[in-house]
Write a protein that binds this ligand. Structure first.
Ligand code: HMG
Ligand code: MG
Length: 320
């Protein structure tokens, strides 16, 4: 006999965990931005619609970045035009600069995310800005977005290590993160862009933010699973009071400007763990797995998610 989810084997709570976690789904953006092939816009639109039907309420849909920098998302405007927003679902998009904000405003976007770097090298490689000058680029974006009634999230990359600079001190990350929040962002997502973090490091970083006056209610975590640490790191963040977790359906993802970044924590693997812990997410695992199987068939390769592989058909996305 099979069961649709981990709760079929019983839900066992652990002390200190929140009753509910909000999943910030980044598959259509962080996932598809790193696909070698350009996914047709109608497939993207259906992917986003399916994610909403599976119960995800925050779906990061695309980016208004320079189309030469990320050709995979050059169809951002067309994708938004095709979306039929579902009630209660938010569709944030990434915006790095004022040109990106203009493009988002033209499409009636109501929520954006800026994305900063904790290190000099990645700021230059990802944004063509220095560590210091990135804040001057973001400030007018946030100010104008707030004036238009938008919600603005902030990302901070390379919070746990950088492929060019190596270790990144906690104080350096906290300093950069506080500056992004101080621009007026409602939430800061801490990115382990290359997946090198481990649970003690997560705890130390969250403690560093708490000491600087930033509690877990203003933080989210964004783990790439390069070294298989994403779930352990997430559980640590939850015990520290974080309740917003970024994940990508099927474990799609990476970052085209950080070569050692592989996929994000898979949403299915996260939901499996949270269901088993009795933590509510509002996400239907069966429907989400069906979505990742459907997308794997379109991409022509199997999902990297362990849960999708365990619950989906053996031949989804072709064999590897
Ligand atoms: P730049 O080349 O320095 O831009 O790129 P510029 O301001 O010098 O402008 C040059 C030309 O680009 C101008 O056109 C601008 O209009 C145009 P021209 O006058 O020459 O005809 N331009 C734009 N066109 C469309 N949309 C725009 C835009 N901006 C300028 N928004 C820029 C600077 C920031 C644009 C570029 O570096 C860029 O697009 N970077 C984005 C890279 C990216 O998307 N990386 C992946 C996302 S981050 C990530 O994945 C990490 C995360 O997941 C967290 C984690 O894991 O850590 C979030
Ligand atoms: Mg990322």
């Amino acid at each position: 006999m099979t069961t649709a989810g981990s709760a079929g084997y019983g839900a066992y709570r652990l002390d200190g965990l929140p009753a509910r976690v909000t999943i910030h789904e980044v598959g259509p953006r962080d996932g598809l931005q790193n696909e070698a092939a350009i996914v047709p816009v109608e497939v993207k639109a259906e992917f986003v619609a399916r994610l909403a039907r599976a119960g995800l309420t925050r779906i990061e849909t695309t980016s208004f970045v320079h189309p030469k920098w990320v050709p995979q998302l050059a169809d951002a405007a067309e994708l938004l035009d095709r979306l039929e927003p579902a009630p209660g679902v938010r569709y944030p998009v990434l915006v790095p600069n004022e040109r990106g904000l203009d493009r988002a405003l033209e499409r009636g976007v109501t929520e954006i995310a800026i994305f900063g770097s904790a290190t000099e090298t990645f700021a230059r490689r990802n944004l063509n800005q220095g560590l210091e000058s990135q804040f001057a680029m973001f400030a007018p974006v946030v100010e104008r977005a707030l004036r238009h009634g938008m919600k603005v999230r902030a990302y901070l990359s390379m919070c746990f290590g950088d492929p060019w600079e190596g270790a990144v001190p906690v104080e350096q990350v906290v300093r950069a993160g506080v500056r992004l929040l101080d621009l007026g962002c409602f939430e800061l997502s801490l990115g382990d862009t290359i997946g090198v973090g481990t649970p003690g490091h997560v705890a130390a970083l969250l403690d560093g933010f708490a000491a600087a006056g930033v509690g877990p209610e203003r933080l989210a975590v964004h783990f790439h699973d390069t070294y298989g640490q994403a779930l352990a790191n997430t559980l640590t963040a939850l015990t520290k009071g974080v309740t917003v977790v970024d994940a990508s359906a099927g474990g799609l993802g990476g970052c085209p400007y950080a070569e050692s970044a592989t996929g994000n924590l898979a949403t299915e693997d996260l939901v499996w763990m949270l269901d088993g812990l009795g933590v509510e997410t509002g996400v239907d695992l069966t429907s989400l797995v069906e979505t990742s199987v459907w997308l794997a068939d379109r991409l022509g390769r199997p999902s990297v998610s362990r849960v999708v592989r365990a619950l989906g058909p053996a031949d989804a996305g072709g064999s590897d």
